[in-house]
Design a protein around this ligand. Structure first.
Ligand code: GLU
Length: 261
């Protein structure tokens, strides 16, 4: 499959270690792969989570302090600190490949009118026209809970559509969608899902530890994007060379679930 423009979403669980700190080894390896995709002629838009998790670990506030704060206050504070840290790392890693990156922080409101949609599209189009790689995240610092995206999976689906991407890759810490509980030995990975297919029976309600999304939300977004003509892949961002295997190899060897339009 050859694509011209792709959106890649990386979840907090891929970017952080068990103790919540940013896994810079993994970030650097992902950036190396993104640079290879660009060299192969693909336009790439990155949707990156990890701000809240990284801010939390950066500040390591004592429990007595976090207990005094409500969840909105915590998210706002940690994302403000963590987003700066996250982007700092991306800037450094991409600079090694001679790639400029641009930060796009957005909110649900920015998708609410055709005019706002067009503003956002133009800003990212201008970046792509100038070979700048957009790195998108929700602006958690100024968001209140009722007006937020469900998670960055939802945001990545909207960005992929807005920007006319032919493919969206959602990287998390599982290999894809299974026909049973992923940890059970009988469970088999589902390689292909067609737009409109009923997969409700396969979807576990479990949520990941670091991010907000779960498999239910990923599949929901993937089906909707596939209906809109976009190829969606759910794959494991913790596997080495996952992006280059999936997008550059004629015969990918790593596991993933492909949602076909
Ligand atoms: N925007 C959040 C962050 O950067 C992640 C939301 C999600 O987990 O999907 O930490």
């Amino acid at each position: 499959m050859t694509y011209q423009r792709i959106a890649i979403k990386v979840g907090s669980n891929v970017l952080t270690r068990d103790d919540g700190t940013l896994d810079i080894t993994r970030m650097s390896a992902l950036v190396d792969q993104l640079a290879l995709l660009r060299r192969a002629g693909l336009q790439v838009i990155l949707i990156s989570s990890g701000a809240v998790a990284s801010g939390r670990s950066e500040m390591h506030l004592p429990q007595s302090e976090t207990r005094r704060m409500d969840s909105v206050e915590q998210r706002q504070l940690f994302s403000a600190v963590g987003q700066a840290k996250l982007m700092g790392r991306y800037v450094e890693f991409f600079r090694d490949h001679g790639i400029h990156v641009g930060q796009v922080l957005t909110t649900k409101e920015n998708f609410s009118t055709p005019r706002q949609n067009e503003n956002q599209r133009q800003c990212m189009q201008a970046m792509l026209d100038h070979d700048v790689l957009p790195i998108v995240n929700e602006n958690d610092t100024v968001c209140i809970t009722e007006l937020m995206f469900t998670d960055n999976d939802e945001l990545s689906g909207l960005i992929a559509r807005l920007m006319g991407c032919q493919a969206l890759v959602i990287l998390s810490n599982v290999d894809g969608l299974y026909d049973g509980t992923p940890s059970s030995p009988e469970a088999r990975l589902i390689r292909e899902v067609r737009a409109g297919q009923d997969i409700a029976q396969y979807i576990s309600q479990e949520h990941s530890s670091a991010g907000r999304g779960g498999m239910e939300s990923k599949c929901h977004i993937a089906l909707a994007a596939a209906q809109a003509g976009i190829h969606v892949y759910i794959a494991n961002g913790k596997r080495e060379h996952v992006l280059t295997d999936l997008l550059l190899s004629p015969t990918p060897s790593l596991p993933f679930t492909h949602f076909l339009p």
